[in-house]
Each structure stands twice: as structure tokens, then as C-alpha cells.
Design a protein around this ligand. Sequence first.
Ligand SMILES: [Mg+2]
Length: 267
Amino acid sequence: MTQRDEAMRTEHAARLAAQAQTAAVCLDFDGTLAPIVDDPNEARPLPRTVELLGHLTARFAAVALLSGRPADYLVEHAPAPGLRYLGLYGLQEIRDGHRWVDPRLEAARSAVMAAQQDLRECAAVRDSGAYLEDKQYAVAIHTRRVADPARWTAAITEEARQVADRHGLEVLLGKLVWELRPAVRSDKGDAVRRVIAESNARSVIVAGDDLGDLPAFAAALELKGRGGDALRVAVDSAEAPPPLLDQADVIVDGPPGLLEFLRRLLA
Ligand SMILES: [Mg+2]
């Protein structure tokens, strides 16, 4: 990036900050506000981030966290007044203490509970000692802590499929984890569109570090296509995907770089 490019980008950010009352800020959580850590349950925003988010909400039309995580996790670890928390890629939101859940997801809640009950009675799930995690709108089978998990993989896969079929759910396969969940889709682009529409924002700043943030970048460009303004911020790291960096207007260096960028929006 040349110095001139850098100056233009700084000016662009300053222009958006000057119109903060009509600008929305949409931020990813993991790898963007919170450094990536080995145990996902230990992910926390950098110090002073939460305080800064509180200042941003006072000035901008909307400030939202967008994540694949449940909204509750975001509220617990980034509690700032006025901040919007869009969890499960926008399928749920907590805002000013009020909870909203996509009606399609809420409708599938009883099927998820019934599936969880059935899984408890499945031979391989039970005999392996697999851990069943109630994810509220999904249920997950974990064999990470099971002795010799490979021994059970085929049988649990079969049981998970059967139970999912019975209750109209789909199975998402992970590493030593099977997640049974409703076939309801959303991405961060849907979440960004929701925040823009509800806040009547005419410009948007989006920041993320991974491929899952590309739909958010695309939604920001849509606003630009309608005559609005958009600034796409990529948070760089050793694992940053090239397409994200290619499409970004601004690249910052890790969560500390993003924190500095947000601080400048307030300056
Ligand atoms: Mg991320």
C-alpha cells in the first residue's frame, strides 16, 4: 500500500466518522475484536475494546457484533450499552436486553429437543460416553473426550443421521463432533442488511478476519451500489484468507490494529 493510498483510506474513514449519526458499524468477534486462542471458550476482546464499543454506540447510528457464536456469548464477553449482538450469523439478536430469534429457528426448537432425547437412547452415543451439548437451537454429540473415539465414529454417524431424519434436522459433521440442527440458513451479509435497514444507515463500516465475513463485505458493497458509502476492513493475520484481503478497502494488523482503527473513528 502506497502512502497516498494510505492517506486516501484514512480520509475515507474520517469522512464516515464525520457522518456517524447515519453510519452503521458491523464487527466480527473472533479474530477481529478477540485474538484467536486454542480454546474457543477462552476468546475475549482485547482490553479496553468493550469500553471503546460503548463510546462508538453513543455516536454511530448502530454498532453491532456479528458472529457465528450464540448472542449470549457476545453479551457476556462484550457488555456495552447500546451494542447490538447478532449471534448464529444473524439468526438471533440481543438488543437492549430484548431477545429476538428467527421464527424459523424458534419453530424447530421442539424438534431439536426431541432429537436430543432420542440421542440419549442411541446405543453408540450412550455406550461410548459421548457428551451431548444442548446448543438451544441445535444439539451436538462430542467424542473428543471419549477413549478411542475412532471406534465409535461409524456407529454414531449412522445414529445421528437416523435421528436427524426422524426430526427433519440436518447433520453438520465436524472433527469428533456431530451437530444436529434445523436447515435454516443465514450469513453475515443477512445480518449486515438487517442492521442497515433497521438503523436507516446510509453508510456502513464492516470488519472481519475470515471467509465468513465476505458476505458482510458484499452487503456493504450493495449499500454503496444504492448510493451509500461503505468501508470494508480486513483484519490481517498469518491465516488471513487472500480473498478477504483482496476485497478490503483497509487492512489492519490483527485485533490491535482494529482497536486502533476504531479509536481513530472516535478521534
Ligand atoms: Mg472471525
